[in-house]
Design a protein around this ligand. Structure first.
Ligand code: G4P
Length: 533
């Protein structure tokens, strides 16, 4: 197959949701459709119900064995689908944000009872930074959820995106009868069945058809009214708007009952983009370009303390990746090659000879990779758009055992390279401050430092409000700021200056007193990421 044929066959996406909305369940149903698994219950939830580090590590250890759950590739209707997994725990949200840099579209799952939730908003914000196309699945229609029109309004107002329903629910909860496909004009009657795979859809092109009254009784008139309203209020689906991330098609169903999913999957296959260009320091990198390039968006630690090797996940962005061929690691300016790169077809980890744009491969790494690293076929550029977001909680690392300071140093660096947390170095004395979005990450860091590096430390709370990356054209002002604010500034992993603002007010003061400095809540800057006091 030629390179363009390989590319046009691929769709790389992630399922995202607020915890408990049904992401794991939907993932499993997709894999059933794709034939990648045969039985329900085969996908292990990566949720951690009890937030203790030891539970988390146990789950990670189990997942480490079948690391294939990080990427699940399967074939469906002649397409190769790469589904990237995202963590289920909110404290690991940053991992999810990074994974979103490696996909071309997403499916967003909403719980029909809870509607848009906190994590839903943050995830959609990240998608909107890159205009990632979104399909929405409103789940749990078998429960007494909210009114579907209200849910659509909420999606539009709180996510800032236009929506267009493509299926429509007929009643809900115990009275849920099924969905009507507005696109194909067909009726899909609900049956509660956790093992069935294929939906039987009846074609009812004319809603006036009396057969509809026979099939769904009194709900027929409500459906007729609803559909008239939808056709009047919502514009027809515009594929261009969807591809620009401005309009989200919406489906309704019940993941656990495998209901309403096939309709969404078929539309996904039809609409979702094939691998797209990716931003870089030399401009957008076209997937159809002949020369290989790709970037690392996730590093999975091998949790066996005797082997400190890791698996780096690389998204292929252009050209062809080949096994045993030398590629250029642009940050280290070094030639590297891989004799056993992995792909993840049908949940089996197997060595691949070649990989194409849209594919994700696993590369064994002994410490060469950091999140965001670029590999090319000789060219010198860096992929962009893999930002770090300001952490929420900060702790200073204090060594407890002076004999083990080297181990501690190495451990902290490697764990932060993996993206477990962010590292900020303060002067004088190279003080290490680590920032995370949740408490659980600190527990994991302590646990891993002790178990994998033999280093013990205290993590002392620092009262910072946000980390703000600083840019300026006035170096003199920046130097002065770094000197005067020494206790509140640091360098990030790439030596960029960061203000660890103690409070929103202090940040505002800094903005007023140093007008030539621009403060950002993310490490890569679009104008909207600037901090507005
Ligand atoms: P997540 O990955 O987004 O966190 O959610 P997950 O799929 O694990 O689903 C969260 C809970 O919601 C699970 O119940 C799951 O069975 C349930 N669920 C998923 N889809 C539906 C649906 O369509 N209808 C209903 N009624 N429930 C649904 P759990 O009790 O937390 O776990 P489990 O013991 O059932 O696995």
């Amino acid at each position: 197959m030629s390179l363009p044929e390989e590319i046009s066959k691929r769709k790389t996406f992630a399922i995202i949701s607020h915890p408990d909305a049904g992401k794991t369940t939907l993932t499993e149903k997709f894999l059933l459709f794709g034939g990648a698994i045969q039985t329900a219950g085969a996908v292990k939830s990566n949720k951690i119900k009890k937030t203790a580090a030891s539970d988390f590590m146990e789950i990670e250890r189990q997942r480490g064995i079948s690391v294939a759950t990080s990427v699940m590739s399967f074939e469906y209707e002649g397409k190769l689908i790469n589904l990237l997994d995202t963590p289920g725990h909110k404290d690991f949200a940053e991992d999810t944000y990074r994974t979103l840099t490696a996909v071309d579209s997403v499916i967003l799952v909403i719980d029909s009872v809870n509607g848009v939730e906190a994590q839903t908003k943050r995830l959609v914000e990240v998608c909107r930074m890159r205009d990632t196309p979104i399909i929405v699945f409103v789940n749990k229609l078998d429960l007494e959820g909210r009114d579907p029109f209200d849910l659509l309004d909420e999606l539009e107002s709180s996510l800032g995106i236009k929506v267009r329903p493509l299926t429509w629910p007929i009643n809900k909860g115990k009275l849920f009868k099924g969905v009507y496909n507005l696109h194909r004009r067909g009726l899909n009657l609900f049956e509660s069945n956790k093992t069935k795979i294929v939906d039987e859809v009846m074609s009812i092109t004319d809603l006036a058809d009396p057969q509809l009254d026979e099939l769904i009784g009194e709900d027929a008139n409500q459906l007729r009214e609803d559909v008239e309203l939808i056709d009047g209020v919502y514009d027809p689906l515009n594929k261009e708007e969807y591809l620009k991330g401005q309009l989200a098609p919406v489906f309704f169903g019940s993941a656990v009952n495998n209901f309403g999913i096939q309709e969404m999957l078929d539309t996904f296959i039809d609409l979702a983009p094939t691998p797209l260009a990716r931003p870089s320091s030399k401009g957008p990198v076209d997937p159809y370009g002949k020369k290989f390039s790709g970037f690392v968006f996730k590093i999975h630690a091998n949790l066996d303390p005797n082997h400190r090797d890791r698996l780096a996940f690389l998204r292929v962005c252009s050209g062809t990746f080949e096994r045993n061929k030398f590629f250029h690691h642009t940050r280290l300016d070094k030639q590297v090659r891989f004799n056993n790169p992995y792909s993840f077809l049908a949940r089996e980890k197997s060595v691949v000879e070649a990989a194409y744009p849209g594919d994700v491969i696993g590369l064994y790494d002994t410490g060469n990779f950091k999140i965001g690293d670029t590999l090319t076929e000789g060219e010198n550029f860096q992929f962009q758009g893999i930002p770090s977001f300001s952490p929420e909680i900060f702790r200073e690392v204090l060594n407890r055992d002076p004999m083990k300071s080297k181990q501690l140093d190495k451990g902290v660096r490697q764990l932060t390279d993996e993206g477990v947390a962010q590292l900020f170095i303060q002067q004088p004395g190279s003080k290490k401050v680590i920032g995370t979005v949740g408490e659980l990450q600190f527990e994991v860091i302590k646990y891993r430092l002790e178990n994998e590096y033999g280093a013990s430390c205290d993590l002392v709370q620092k009262q910072f409000y946000k980390a703000c990356w600083i840019t300026t054209t006035n170096d003199k002002q920046l130097d002065e700021f770094m000197r005067i604010k020494a206790a509140e500034v640091a360098l990030d992993k790439d030596d960029n200056p960061v203000f660890l603002a103690p409070s929103a007010w202090m940040l505002q003061m800094a903005q007023e007193n140093y007008p030539d400095l621009v403060f950002h809540f993310t490490s890569e800057f679009k104008t909207e990421s600037e901090v507005n006091p």
